[in-house]
Ligand binder design. Structure first.
Ligand SMILES: *Cc1c(COP(=O)(O)O)cnc(C)c1O
Length: 357
């Protein structure tokens, strides 16, 4: 039986990427050596990281002055690395509390400067994105573009008089957008780009060099800029697999093409949820995510939750259990999820509703 994995992360990679990556582990491009057993300073690997970097620049249409960095420590390490590099103790940064990841970023940032929470939807269990006005005078404003746990996403980013710092872990390269208002973008790879183990950061030069504190070498973005992410041994396999995903995305037509696909997939699933008496969406309609679709059993049908999950599993649909703080179901339909996978889920929902409704 064909399996479809809707896990929120680590998440699926495009099938041709997995196949090619598996080959590269054993024999990288016919060299007779595996990509994970050669020097990170070999021409083979420097070719990989340079191509990956160039593809990010191309796919994001990065203007002059932006650097692509390959880091470790997950997006969670960016929660402290960003304020450590960008914010002085006597300065203020604005944060939007749109979910648990955003809240973690807020808690970590408090160690480095003044943090002003501009808005929060916590009282509503983060079912929508708080609308905020971003004031002047902040060093930066921190946003989370897609709230993985709650299935909410900025459709358009708010106008900001200060640079935006953004956690794009769960919608990185899922759509085109104007990079110019952003001073820093970061993302753990394991949702929309590659295997876990590498974290990508895109930073604008003028954001750096303004803090007074001592920055340890490995926590200073400038180290990664000046050494092209090769100051120490980088996570070679995750970077290699990410490069393959970037090639795949480019071949597909880049962010415009993937956005069309992502919209079509999400529409299919949301329409199925909205039109079914058995299921109900949990996120506010205007903020619904194209990446993580969260839903529950509708009122009166709550007791069918475990049975539906079991039905999914028996039919090869994996990873649909919602986050423990939301309950219900979550279908993560990142770039790599084919429309066919969503169609199989929708058909199963329809069939289940016909039998149980
Ligand atoms: C998964 C996730 C994180 C945490 O990523 P790690 O790489 O595991 O540290 C942070 N932010 C968002 C939005 C996420 O989805």
């Amino acid at each position: 039986m064909k399996k479809y994995n809707f896990s929120a992360g680590p998440a699926i990679l495009p099938a041709p990427v997995l196949k090619e990556a598996a080959k590269g582990v054993v024999n990288f491009e016919g060299s007779g050596l595996g990509i994970i057993e050669i020097s990170h300073r070999s021409p083979e690997f420097t070719g990989v990281i340079e191509e990956a970097t160039a593809l990010v620049q191309e796919l994001m249409e990065l203007p002059e002055g932006y650097h692509v960095l390959w880091l470790t420590g997950g997006a969670s390490s960016q929660f402290f690395m960003a304020p450590m590099n960008l914010l002085n103790t006597n300065e203020t940064a604005g944060y939007v509390d749109s979910g648990v990841w955003a809240d973690k970023a807020i808690q970590e940032a408090r160690a480095f400067g003044n943090i002003e929470v501009l808005g929060s939807s916590k009282a509503d269990n983060y079912t929508h994105i708080p609308k905020v006005r971003i004031p002047n005078g902040l060093k930066y404003v921190h946003l989370t573009s897609n709230n993985t746990i709650y299935g909410t996403q900025y459709k358009r980013f708010p106008k900001s008089p200060v640079p935006i710092v953004c956690d794009m872990s769960s919608d990185f390269l899922s759509r085109p957008f104007d990079v110019a208002p952003f001073g820093l973008i970061y993302a753990g790879a394991q949702k929309n780009l590659g295997p876990s183990g590498v974290t990508i950061a895109v930073v604008r030069e003028d954001m750096l060099g303004t803090v007074d504190r001592h920055l340890p070498t490995m926590l200073d973005y400038r180290t990664f800029i000046s050494k092209k992410s090769l100051y120490n041994t980088p996570p070679v396999f995750p970077i290699y697999a990410s490069m393959l995903t970037l090639r795949w995305l480019k071949k597909l037509g880049g962010t415009k093409a993937i956005q069309r696909r992502n919209k079509a997939k999400a529409r299919l699933l949301y329409e199925a949820i909205d039109s079914s008496p058995l299921f109900a969406g949990t996120a506010a309609a205007e903020d619904r995510s194209l990446m993580n679709v969260c839903f529950v059993m509708a009122k009166g049908y709550e007791t069918l939750q475990d049975e539906f999950l079991a039905t999914c599993k028996n039919n090869g649909l994996i990873g649909l259990k919602g986050h423990r703080s939301v309950g219900g179901f979550r279908a993560s339909i990142y770039n790599a999820m084919p429309k066919k996978g969503v169609q199989v889920l929708v058909d199963l929902m329809t069939d289940f509703a016909a039998r149980k409704g």
